[in-house]
Design a protein around this ligand. Structure first.
Ligand code: ADP
Length: 803
């Protein structure tokens, strides 16, 4: 029995009795606790357990029966056997009371020690049995509990093992105490040590994970971190690590339960999505696709592969590497050297050239040594390629609308990444986007070139017309509009015959050169409305039709006609006086006939007059040419209009035909004009001479002077041939004559009015004609009055106004 072995409580108010009891029971070897009152007994019973109580019946304040009742009433002590020790009577009545109070037995005084000892021994044994039973019950309970716990733990374990996630537990210091089956299966290790997870987390992710773990161990917060776990095959997959603390009833942490869930696919999709977004961003950052593709290669080499290269098919069909990218510049240099030493053959059966040729992607999830050996040109090549440590490879064509425009190659090395079907899909998406960027940029450039060409066509001075195979006008540039006066809107889209009048007669005269052939230029007339145009046209055929370029020759043509007319007129005008002079001179030289003195005189007069006429024609020619080149200056001075008119009228009167009268009219007091007096006289002289010359039937020629606003007007009126309205402007053109063939017999060079207009312009005057076309004409000339120098007062006034 334990130290807490059976105690026996002795209760008697008489110390001697107690001593006697103690003496009797001593030999049993139990612990005896003696008290001298009922109260002390009750107190003692609260403190410890007793195998039995020996109770004196007669005690002063609380007698044995009362005490027994109290003992029995208390739960803790109700089963303790009570033995009354009494010297009282053995009467039934007492016995009854004792039993009803809970007594188990009576011992009567004088006490028989052996009986007392044997009775107490029985109770002790009973107590001990009872204790034993209790002990056994306790043990049984504990065993059942342990079994139950084991069973439930096993169940948890089975549950944990059945889970597709990695599950682990750790103690409060974070040291692993358990890993589930998935852990061993995934990692391929048997390692389950306290820090086993450190060995499988990707070295790049470990420091952050460890730091976060220690933080949560300290704070008791949930641990949550994304890291890569190495799988049995050496590849890494992204996992979400989580651990929650399990707390006991007191609230302190008992242990941790952790899980690691495979989020690789989700993470990849996320990464791919953000990669594709970044690619889209980069590609949209400009139209220089060479530059943007380089940046995309850099992006890909960090995000989805270790290596990325981009090849482009140029317009001449050659394949050019646009970019090659790797995070480590040293590796890049190495790769470039390798490429220079062993350039890729365009006829290679595999790899980028084959992908471009066939337009089909190529995926090699695992590059084996045999593959490298098979592809190597020689031992050195093999060594160098092995040095790159390529593990996996995917190459996708950039398929444009009109064929393959390039290829993107992704390769993995140190990351150990293995490309699969999903990576191929991603690469193809990347290729699609890159292709769009390339094609957009190329289209843009082509459009730019076209726009440039269109701008040039629009700006060019020659008319350009594009007629397609169905004879429709497709292009009609601005110069074509200007030259022909036909707006593009009326021409473009219509058939060329209906759009351009007279086309059917012109077209057969235009030889169409093929591209590369020498172009022949033809001059053809074109009548549009009332205008006759002369165009020099060249035609070049191209695959979709014919391009015509033309230039306006109308003016050149007109000039040419004019030149021919001048030669005819001038030579006629020169020939007439020359013939007269020659005839007169010949007659004078004849000695076979005797000339009368009067005739002699007449012939000399003819020679003088015709020489003057010749000189006048030559002067006019010279003056007109000087006016055309701008070498004649007006020497502006103050001229009296009346005086000048009078001088010219007087001069004309000297050779006035008999049937013509000449009159000058108008006030003598006219404001002076600002002009070159010599030139003004020449203008008036020409007008008066014409008025006389073009009045073959005779009549009156009036010269009228009048002030008109700030000008003075000189008007010369005749009653001669008149000038039709259509010619009233043109008669002021150089060499323009109404009757070039001189059917009316009136000669002239067509220079007089041109000279008048040019001289009048030089003094800011104007000249025009009024005529009904039949009964004479009036030529008006207005010359600005000379403005007097401003009066001093006026000057001041002007200054003030200006201020
Ligand atoms: P020219 O008299 O030498 O031919 P001008 O330049 O002086 O040249 O005149 C140009 C043309 O204008 C003449 O050829 C003539 O037909 C016409 N013309 C000029 N003055 C008159 C006029 N007073 N009456 C009728 N026609 C005229």
């Amino acid at each position: 029995m334990s130290a807490a072995g059976p105690n026996i409580l002795l209760v008697d108010d008489n110390e001697e009795n107690l001593l006697a009891l103690e003496a009797i029971l001593e030999p049993l070897g139990h612990r005896l606790v003696s008290v001298t009152s009922g109260t002390a007994a009750l107190k003692q019973l609260l403190l410890e357990d007793f195998a039995c109580i020996l109770l004196d019946v007669q005690m002063p304040d609380l007698d044995g029966y009362e005490l027994a009742e109290l003992i029995k009433r208390r739960e803790r002590s109700q089963h303790i056997p009570i033995v009354f020790v009494t010297a009282l009577s053995k009467e039934e009545q007492h016995l009854y009371r004792g039993y009803s109070a809970g007594a188990v037995d009576y011992i009567f005084k004088p006490i028989d020690p052996s009986i007392l000892r044997s009775k107490v021994a029985v109770f002790v044994e009973l107590w001990e049995k009872n204790m034993q039973l209790q002990q056994q019950a306790k043990q049984l309970h504990a065993q059942e509990l342990a079994a139950f716990r084991e069973r439930s733990e096993e169940r948890y374990r089975q549950l944990a093992d059945a889970m597709p996630q990695i599950v682990w537990t750790s103690d409060i210091d974070g040291k692993a105490t358990y890993f589930n089956g998935r852990w061993f299966e995934y990692t391929g290790t048997t390692e389950a040590g306290p820090d086993a997870w450190h060995a499988v987390v990707h070295p790049d992710d470990l420091p952050a994970a460890v730091a976060r773990r220690s933080e949560t161990l300290r704070s008791g917060d949930t641990f949550e971190v994304e890291y890569r776990f190495r799988a049995a095959d050496g590849s890494y997959r992204w996992h979400l690590g989580r651990a929650v603390p399990i707390r006991n009833v007191q609230g302190s942490i008992d242990f941790w339960v952790g899980t690691a869930t495979d989020i690789h696919d989700r993470k990849l999709i996320e990464d791919q999505r953000s990669f594709i977004l970044a690619v889209g961003d980069t590609l949209s950052q400009g139209l220089d696709y060479r530059e943007t593709l380089k940046r995309v290669a850099d992006l890909a080499a960090g995000e989805i592969a270790d290596w990325c290269s981009v090849h482009i098919v140029e317009s001449d069909g050659s394949v050019v590497q646009l970019a090659v990218s790797h995070a480590d510049p040293a590796r890049l240099t190495f790769a470039r050297e390798l490429q220079e030493r062993y350039p890729e053959s365009p006829d290679a059966l595999t790899g980028m050239p084959a992908v471009i040729r066939r337009g089909e992607p190529e995926l090699i999830p695992e590059i084996s040594e045999e593959m490298l050996r098979a592809a190597a040109i020689d031992e050195l090549h093999f060594d160098l390629v092995s040095e790159l440590g390529l593990r996996s490879y995917v190459c996708v064509p950039l398929k444009g609308r009109d064929g393959v425009v390039g290829a993107i190659t992704l390769a993995s090395s140190e990351s150990g990444r293995r490309f699969g079907a999903e990576d191929l899909l991603l690469a193809e998406e990347l290729a699609r986007r890159a292709t769009t960027a390339i094609e957009n940029a190329r289209l843009f450039r082509a459009a730019e070139e076209r726009a440039q060409a269109a701008r040039v066509l629009a700006a060019i001075g020659d008319g350009v017309v594009l007629v397609d195979r169905t004879d429709r006008v497709r292009l009609w540039n601005r110069a074509a509009e200007r030259i022909t006066g036909l707006p593009g809107a009326e021409v473009i889209g219509r058939s060329v015959e209906s759009a351009i009048p007279g086309w059917e007669t012109i077209e057969p005269r235009l030889p169409v050169a093929r591209a590369g052939q020498a172009v022949r230029v033809e001059s053809v007339p074109l009548e549009i409305g009332s205008r006759e145009l002369w165009l020099s046209v060249s035609a070049v055929g191209y695959e979709d039709g014919t391009v015509y370029a033309f230039r306006d020759l109308t003016e050149e043509r007109a000039l040419e006609t004019m030149r021919q007319d001048i030669v005819a007129t001038v030579s006629h005008e020169l020939r007439t006086p020359l013939a007269a002079i020659y005839g007169a001179a010949l007659t004078l030289r004849r000695d076979d006939i005797d000339l009368e003195a009067q005739l002699h005189e007449k012939l000399l007069e003819v020679i003088t007059e015709e020489s003057d006429r010749l000189a006048a024609i030559v002067n006019d020619l010279l003056l007109a040419s000087q006016l055309g080149t701008g070498t004649i200056k007006a020497n502006i001075e103050r001229c009296d209009p009346h005086e000048i008119a009078q001088l010219e009228v007087d001069a004309a009167r000297t050779h006035l035909p008999e049937n013509v009268e000449l009159a000058l009219d108008g006030p003598k007091e006219l404001p002076p004009v600002a002009a070159d007096s010599g030139q003004l006289r020449q203008v008036l002289s020409n007008l008066i001479d014409n008025a006389i010359k073009y009045s073959p039937q005779g009549g009156t020629v009036k010269v009228l002077l009048s002030p008109n606003g700030r000008n003075v007007r000189f008007s010369v009126t005749d009653s001669g041939l008149g000038i039709p309205a259509a010619d009233q402007r043109r008669i002021f053109e150089k060499f323009y004559r109404l009757d070039p063939g001189m059917s009316r017999g009136i000669g002239g060079t067509g220079l007089g009015l041109y000279i008048c207009r040019e001289l009048v312009r030089r003094v800011d005057g104007r000249i025009w004609v009024e005529s009904d076309g039949a009964s004479g004409s009036t030529f008006h000339v207005e010359i600005p009055q000379e403005r007097p120098a401003p009066h001093p007062n006026e000057q001041r006034h002007e200054a003030v106004t200006a201020a």
